[in-house]
Ligand binder design. Structure first.
Ligand SMILES: [Zn+2]
Ligand SMILES: [Zn+2]
Length: 459
């Protein structure tokens, strides 16, 4: 090997993000200019002709072929099989093994995945993983090659049809540059792609049951079209449809339909949170054939070191989102006035004001019950009897042990706090002062650490 060869290889194997500035994203966006936007006027110069031709010719040839070629059941079954083989080359190989290092694969499995992935005609492992690592590192930004904020069409296929406006953000693939299987596939990519995508399926159907044309059209071209859009859905549909059970900071989402369309890559909200986990679906009943395939490979000794994020951390993410949603519900409801926001009223003033409107003292709070007298289930007389008086004992079981709902409703009628009145108020247990609906509340961190109502915020 020559000196130059050694030097070049060393440079290739250096982590590409070793010397980037700390404020890399801002710095790059500020110091590098994107290419001008694609318009009708400059469209022709901006088309990425290789991928444009591949991505438009396959559906056109496929449609023409389907109209002119009889579909035999053997060919149909083989096309579906080949869809899963080449699809798994991407999901289990390109994606989970090489982009995310979610497990270790034996050399035979690596070659099998590298060949199968080449049959999906989505570029070499190295090119694909470099873009995908940038997608994870810069999700939803200008440095994300398939930024979902640029719309469904762009993130699905548009980003490949035209030349990118910016280089994707830096992402290190020096580990892949050192991998002999990845290097072999990168060097011989075009030959491998043509063979695995078109020649092999044609040969199998020809030699197997004498249907070369059907093999080419159905297991080659149409199958490829399905594999393409299946993978593309991970960048579009999985960033658009579904729920965010683990985090909602970015666009990735979980949905069963996306999983069906993508050989199990549809639990994308989980995946962006825990990208090095070999699973996308964490429940046994969720559809993730890629996970099942990797686990099967492990049982045959072909895969090892399957990475799983600690369940405790996964559940923390889930709990955070659940609390966030509960907090939203909490904020949509009306709550009683806090004691800090109510006027402090003396016993004398309470007596005086109770002469002109129905005020009742319960648990240290003065309540205006004017809108409730006639609606009181126990009868108006029991309320009228306590106007201007302390009804704490009567309310909490002396006359009737009121329901939690009654206590919650009572708290909404607070108009003041009694000052220095009935001596036993300070000794009252919290459960009498704080309505049931407020004993367990969701408080933000800064609300807990500030004084004031924090004791009532509780949880
Ligand atoms: Zn994504
Ligand atoms: Zn990923």
């Amino acid at each position: 090997m020559s000196d130059v060869g050694v030097k070049m290889r060393t440079a290739d194997e250096q982590p590409s993000d070793l010397n980037i500035p700390d404020n890399y994203v801002q710095h790059t966006l500020k110091t590098t200019k994107p290419l001008p936007p694609v318009t009708w006027a400059n469209l022709l110069q901006n088309i990425n002709w290789i991928s444009f031709t591949l991505l438009t010719a396959t559906p056109l040839i496929g449609a023409w072929g389907a109209l002119t070629t009889e579909l035999r059941w053997e060919t149909a079954a083989f096309a579906v099989f080949w869809y899963f083989v080449t699809g798994l080359g991407i999901t289990a190989g390109y994606h989970r093994l090489w982009s995310h290092r979610a497990y270790n694969a034996s050399i035979p499995l690596q070659y099998a995945l590298a060949l199968a992935g080449a049959g999906a005609a989505e570029g070499s492992i190295k090119w694909w993983s470099r873009g995908h690592r940038a997608h994870h590192r810069y999700t939803d930004t200008e440095l994300d090659p398939y930024n979902a904020h640029k719309g469904f069409f762009y993130s699905h296929i548009g980003w490949m049809l035209v030349k990118p406006r910016r280089r994707p953000g830096v992402a290190d693939v020096s580990d892949l540059s050192k991998n002999p299987v990845v290097r072999f596939q990168h060097t011989h990519y075009v030959k491998l792609m043509v063979f695995m995508a078109f020649i092999l399926p044609t040969l199998v159907a020809w030699l197997g049951w004498g249907d070369a044309r059907g093999g080419y059209i159905y297991a080659g071209v149409i199958r490829l079209c399905f594999v393409h859009h299946s993978t593309f859905c991970v960048n579009s549909l999985a960033h658009w449809l579904g729920e965010t059970p683990f985090d909602d900071k970015h666009t990735p989402r979980d949905h069963f339909v996306t999983a069906l369309a993508t050989i199990g890559e549809g639990y994308h909200n989980f995946h962006h949170q825990f990208p090095m986990d070999y699973r996308n679906a964490i429940k046994w009943y969720q559809y993730d054939p890629t996970k099942w395939f990797i686990a099967t490979c492990r049982s045959f000794g072909l895969a090892s070191h399957l990475k799983v994020f600690p369940d405790n951390e996964v559940r923390k993410g889930q709990l955070t989102m659940q609390l966030k949603r509960l907090r939203e519900t909490q904020e949509r409801l009306a709550w009683p006035s806090d004691s800090n926001d109510l006027p402090v009223i003396t016993w004398e003033s309470f007596q005086e004001q109770a002469a002109s409107r129905p005020l009742i003292l319960i648990a240290g709070f003065i309540h205006d019950v004017s809108t409730f007298i006639d609606e009181h289930p126990g009868g108006a007389h029991l309320i009228i009897k306590f106007i201007g008086k302390d009804a704490t004992t009567a309310f909490f079981g002396g006359v009737y042990d009121h329901s939690n709902a009654a206590h919650n409703l009572l708290a909404m009628k607070r108009v003041g706090v009694l000052h220095g009145g009935a001596p036993h108020i300070l000794d009252l247990a919290d459960e009498k002062k704080i309505p049931p609906s407020q004993r367990l509340k969701i408080a933000r961190y800064n609300e807990l650490s500030s004084s004031g109502s924090s004791s009532e915020a509780g949880f």
